[in-house]
Every structure is written in C-alpha cells, then in structure tokens.
Design a binder for this molecule. Sequence first.
Ligand code: ADP
Ligand code: MG
Length: 610
Amino acid sequence: MSNNTIALLPNHVANQIAAGEVVQRPSSVVKELLENAIDAGATHIKLIIKDAGKSLIQVIDNGKGMNPFDARMCFERHATSKITSSDDLFALTTKGFRGEALASIAAIAQVELKTKRADDIVGQHIVIDGGKFISQSECQCSNGTTFIVKNLFFNVPARRNFLKNDQIEQKHIIDEIERVAIPHTDIHFVFQSNGNDVLNLPPGNLIQRIKSLVGSYIQKELVAISEDTNFVKIRGYVSLPESAIKSRKEQYFFVNNRFVKNPFLNHAIYEAYKDLITYQSHPRYFLFLEMDPKNIDINIHPTKTEVKFTDDKSVYMLLVSSIKRALGKASAGPSLDFDSEMSLNIDAQSENRILTQPKVSYNQNYNPFNSNTSSSSDNSLQKANKQHWETMFDGFKNTQENTEVVSNNTKQNALEELKSESVAFSFFQLNKKYIVTTYNKNVLIVDQQRAHERIVYEHYLKTKKETKITSQQLLFPEQMELSANDFTLIKGLTEEFRILGFDFEVFGKNSIVINGTPSDLKDFKIIETIEGVLETFKLNTIDSKIEKHDNLCRAIAYNTCIKYGKHLDEEEIRLILEHLFNCENPLYTASGKSIMMEIDYLDIEKYFKK
Ligand code: ADP
Ligand code: MG
C-alpha cells in the first residue's frame, strides 16, 4: 500500500472550487452569459430570469453558435476560443478569455445548452447537471445559442443560503445588464423577470441607450466629452454641476467597452468638479476610454472589473482637463461661483425642518446605569441611558417626566419655558457643525447633523400601520422617472412608503406619480429626496439585514436631516438638544455613529496642572 497522501482533486470538485471565484450570485452568471453572447457577435440578446435568477437564468442570442465539438468543449475548464497564448492577453478585444465561466457555472447548477451555427442543419443540445455530463443530442433550434441555467447553487447549500432577497439579487442583475448594455448600443437587449418585461433596449446611439435606462430627463443634464490623443480616446457624457445628486449612482467607466472600476480615475472626475459641486453630492458620468490593449492590464482581478494602465497619470490629467473644458463650454464652469461654505449641502428647504415636532415615547423601564457605551449598529444594543442624559440637562428638566407620548402642545410649552428661562446653561455652534454646551462643568460636543438624523429617524420609526403619518397632498402631482432597478425597488416598498406618508402610484413603464408627501417634507424637492432615500436604502442593504420599515426610516432621516454648514440659531439649538434628549437613544445614529462627545471637567483640570 502506498503512503502517498496527495492526490489531484477530481475535476468536478476543482470546478466547484473555481466556481466560487467566478460565480458569487445570480448576477455573476448573467454577466458571463451576456458577455459570451456579445463575444459571439450577437445582435439580439434576450435574458429571462425567474426568482431573481435563483431558479432560472436563460440567455438567448443570435450569435455565431457552436459546432458539436465546441458545444461539448465549452464546459471544460480553461476551454476558450479567445486566446491561444499568453501574448494574446495583451491584445484582448473580447470580454472573456479565461475559459472558466461555463465550467464554473455548470459545476453549481443544472445547465442546458442549445446551439446552432447558421450553416448547420441541426443544432446541438447538451445537458449537464452539477458538473456531471448527462447527454448530448441533435435538436431543432434557431441560429445562435441558448443557455439555460437552473437552480443555481442547488448542490452548494451554503452559497445558496448566502444569497440576499430577490429584490437585492435582481438589482445586481440589472446592474450587470446596464454595464453591458451601455457600451453595446448596437445590440438589442430584452430582459424579462418572472414573466414581466423589465427592459427592452432597441439598438440606437449612446444617448438613446442612456435615456432608456435612466429616464429621458437625463439628456438635458449631460454634457458630451470628446478628446483624442494618440495614447487614449475619451468620449461619453458627464453631468452638469447643477444636476449633481446625493448618491453615487450612474457612474460608469468603460475601457475598450468593458465596465471597469478605477478609484484613481474616479478621483480625476471629482477633481474636475472640485469647486463646482458641493461636498456630499456626486456627478454622473458615462465615460468611454479607448486605448491600445497593450497599455492595459485587465487581468488583475478574476471578475475583471479592475483595470491597470501603464500610464495612469496621463489618463488622469487628460480626464480632468477634458471634463473641465466641456463643463466650461457648457458655461457651467467658471461662471458658477459657489461660496464653498454655503455650498455645503445646505438645502434652503431645510430651514424650517427643525421646527418639526417629533413625538417621542418615554421608556420608563430603562436602566440608567446600563450599557451607554455601545457603538454597535444593532439597534437593540444601542439602548442608551436616556434618563442619565436628561438629568444632565437641568435646563430641559421641565419636559415630560411621566408621559407616554409628548404631545405637540406640551412640547410647545416646554419650548416657551426654554425660551423664557434666561440661559440656564450656555451653548454655541462651532464651525456650523457642532453644538458645544456644558453640563455639570463637563463639556459636551454634539454633532448637529447626526443629532438631527437621530431625531428624524425616531420620529418616523414610531409610525406603524395604525399610526401612519398623514400625507399632505401635492398641489401638482409630480411624475418621477426611475431606472428599471429603482422602479422595481420602489414598487416593492409602496406599502412602507405609504405608512410614512408618501402617496404615489405606478404610472407607466418605470415611472411613478407622487400625489402626496409627509407634511414635514412639504418644502423638500420631493423627487430628489426620494432618489436619495432609495440610494441610501440600497446602500444599507449591502452588508446588513435591516427590516424594510427601519431601513426606510434611516434612509429618510439621512436624506432629510439638517446638514453640516447650516447655521443654527439659539432656538434651533435648544430644540435639537431637547428633541435629542427625548430620543430613545441620543448617543448613536441608527448606523452606530457617535452623536456626542464629552470632555470631563477633571480632565480639563488635569491638563492645566501640568
Ligand atoms: P471564455 O469566454 O473566457 O472563453 P467561457 O467559459 O465563458 O470562456 O466560454 C468558453 C467558450 O465557449 C468561449 O470561448 C466560446 O468559444 C464558447 N461560447 C460560450 N458562449 C457562447 C455563445 N453564446 N455563443 C458561441 N460560443 C460561445
Ligand atoms: Mg466567457
């Protein structure tokens, strides 16, 4: 008997392991299949999914098809028709080249392939199940290739359990479709999900494609970029500074028509907008860089969204200058003279925000000597010591001690008392960012934005079906166009939005009509606000599971709270402090960020003893 302990992994096990790198979720399969169809020269590509791709992903293309041998071979690892030597890596013009995708997908799903070349009389039908070859036979089918991928991760339950809910998985899928559909405007893409048409993108030019994905309003917000050097060509669109948005959506870089992420180039864009947009707002861009493949190394990341250039500094400089020039031409450039402090995201409409009166319940059972230092983002861990904080503020002592819900009326009285009480304690605003005050000789520094975010969050969080916020009807209902992605999301959140006082209805393809909003948001630009809320909502779901209502409350709070840079008058400061100390948890924002800092008087004494 041999003592050897090392053996080569069986092929299907190796493929399953490799699959972990290529296929993280249904959208990874979508990406690979769409890219293969494009590489095969298809002009029409249809994607059909069920249950966000968990039970079915089907891609039908009219590309060149495969012969019987290739049809079988394509599922082998490192089987590719796209490169033959490592030199080819530096002259890539196709999306795929590693020859890993199909082997990996077949290892973790039930896969069927039907394919036929235009010159063949019959097509080929192949069935593979969890990496096991089942059958190959002749079949009738149209020219091109169809891949059917069923029950993804059926044999890797750990991966299957790791998948997020359908809404999130579908969002990833739409992201992938957008990333291939934007650069390939000559290809007709159709996308159906659970039997519904989600996208139909007929061939056209770039701006038409962008409009059909984002909404036609986008056209008037974009400026064309075009720059030619012998090293790189840049073309595409960037947004006008005045239409910058609060989220980072619609930021696309394509290098040789491949979607890439490159923080360095992203930085170049922000550099070009530096004095034109406010802190916390973001330009949109759809930019295409074209350069000799030998100056690019795409292969540094297995899923190939990262890219390295041999001369990235030149690309950086060129980007900055061409964007600046284009914005200048659109007379958005130098003529705009933002006062940098004023531009700190101060919404004129938030002037009155602070006078909103949150209804806050009072937790009588709370143990004042317990856990007031948790910084976890978990709500239940954030139970702060409300009473403790309250007693610190003798000035606020006259607010409710025993009431369940502080009524607006009493609040008003408390407010008046606060006003009349000639400064029981002193406070001031520091750098339009912090509120500095004292208690028991200690110094307390409160972050104004986070404090108000907490107040607004709790205000909305209290609402339930029974106690829904009444919405104020808009004089002129507003129509809002959304991306396919956001449309799916907002449709799924209609009920949650309704409870919070938002009244809207679906109005045609990818758009809604907003009829009413919560009355305290009546002075906000409602479309922008909803856009921001959806963005934050999505961000919040990336690495944690938060219940929808809670998430929406967080997103609304984040997007509507007063911001840094807003001057607060004395009354506003008092109100913020009062509302804050009536919160269940005045110490941390919902996402676990500290709201206040305390400097111990004894530490101050100690310092001056030295
Ligand atoms: P890669 O794309 O990296 O070459 P894949 O595993 O994705 O590797 O595909 C393997 C091979 O199968 C491709 O190189 C191509 O020759 C063939 N192939 C895959 N999809 C299609 C398709 N839709 N139409 C024609 N050929 C295809
Ligand atoms: Mg491929």
